[in-house]
Design a protein around this ligand. Sequence first.
Ligand code: FAD
Ligand code: SF4
Ligand code: SF4
Length: 475
Amino acid sequence: MVQQLLKFVSIDQAMPDKRAAEDRRHDFDEIYARFSPEAATSQASRCSQCGIPYCQVHCPLNNNIPDWLMLTAEGRLEEAYELSSATNTFPEICGRICPQDRLCEGNCVIEKGFNSVTIGSVEKYITDTAHERGWVKPPAPKRELGLSVGIIGAGPGGLAAADMLRRKGFSVHVYDRYDRVGGLMVYGIPNFKLDKAIVGRRHDLLEAGGIKFHLNFEIGRDASLAELRERHDAILIATGVYQQRKIQAPGITLGNIVQALDFLTASNRRGFGDNVAEDSPDAAGKHVVVIGGGDTAMDCVRTAIRQGAASVKCLYRRDRKNMPGSQREVQHAEEEGVEFVWMAAPSGFDGDGDVRSVLAHRVHLGVADATGRQTPQMVEGSQFTLQADLVILALGFDPENVPTLFGAPDLVVSRWGTIRVDHRSFMTSLDGVFAAGDIVRGASLVVWAIRDGRDAAESIARYLAAKVPALGAVA
Ligand code: FAD
Ligand code: SF4
Ligand code: SF4
């Protein structure tokens, strides 16, 4: 029914209503409302149903975007949900937190001069509606296969694999050292981007489908990898990357210079009503400087605003167009009162036990490196000082030393510490042990962790079917 579509000429792009910056500065609620049914229909109808849909090509899950937009435009929401959930385990989560401006929407080829289709918001609308109407069901296997898979890590990679393996009939056990399910979706990403209830709702469904969660259970402390291999027929490692990068600079050991994830985890725990240690980092009343320019830095500055900081500055060594964070997030941060200090880097910290100021200098961008990004170089004589009584380091993450932690010296890792896998099978150097998500890719995105988790699950099913021919084709 193509006449329902191609409306990009007559209908302007419209995002769902965004709360006013002054309003959202004071709480951790999500900032976008949901589309009304009429708005979802009309926004979906802007799609021009491209012969080669670049939106789909650039979605890590290769979601069948044009078709579910068409079904939404035609009011056939249940079918839209079936189609969207066929390739994405958590569409309502991706619709909220994918950097769409770099992925699907950034590659929407609607005629030049018109803005892209609001793909993420429609995806979120479809699945939020599906949850409300009871269309989203727990994973339900047709038969039990009598084989079990142990998954280490309850982040998006581990959960996507758990969901697929359970649907195929495996008994699935997920181990996580945290006390809640969701990995960085729960303790990293703030509530104003992804409401924790959305993740909790998925946990409930997975549990209702028979997946067993073993929380507060750390591999390396409560069991070794070898012990887990004894318990299960295959293992998936999806433990993410948690070693926070540091800088060496005079004054770095002063008080109130903290790591981003410690700051964000404490904030997320307060949101849950957990008891948080009194000396946990808190920005209330403080002059805050966040160092870094990625999504984690954006989450820190926006969290600091909501905690009632006196001022919030983001110090980043490149310019706006060279920063790794999503432009949409930078815009939100600026609207909420964050000041960006571009092309600047810290050279030290001053204080009296606790930090009182950041000593910084200007940088200029030199020649491009192997990745095409220009390398920052210091501008002589450009030193300046920023008042700061809380400094948050958001410099990126590296993997922990997994072979040592897991007591598994034969587990081969790359020179960066990420786990080496065969890129077709996701199998590590250990037979029957697979790996997926950030621990393989390095710090990445939720949508890529979901993709890897799904692909690894398919591969685990093929591996077990080959080992136990009586299972027949389960992959
Ligand atoms: P994780 O989500 O890290 O989950 C790994 C799990 O393994 C954790 O629950 C951990 O407790 C558990 N674990 C680790 N070691 C052990 C062990 N020894 N024993 C038992 N359990 C263990 N991505 C986006 O797409 N959009 C965003 O807006 C976005 N914002 C982000 C903001 C922040 C602050 C951060 C830090 C990341 C953000 N990301 C974002 C990236 C995204 O969260 C990750 O790429 C994604 O969560 C990786 O999924 P994963 O399953 O590989 O690992
Ligand atoms: Fe876009 Fe992410 Fe949804 Fe893919 S999963 S369509 S990239 S929002
Ligand atoms: Fe529709 Fe844009 Fe995808 Fe083309 S690229 S199919 S217009 S959403």
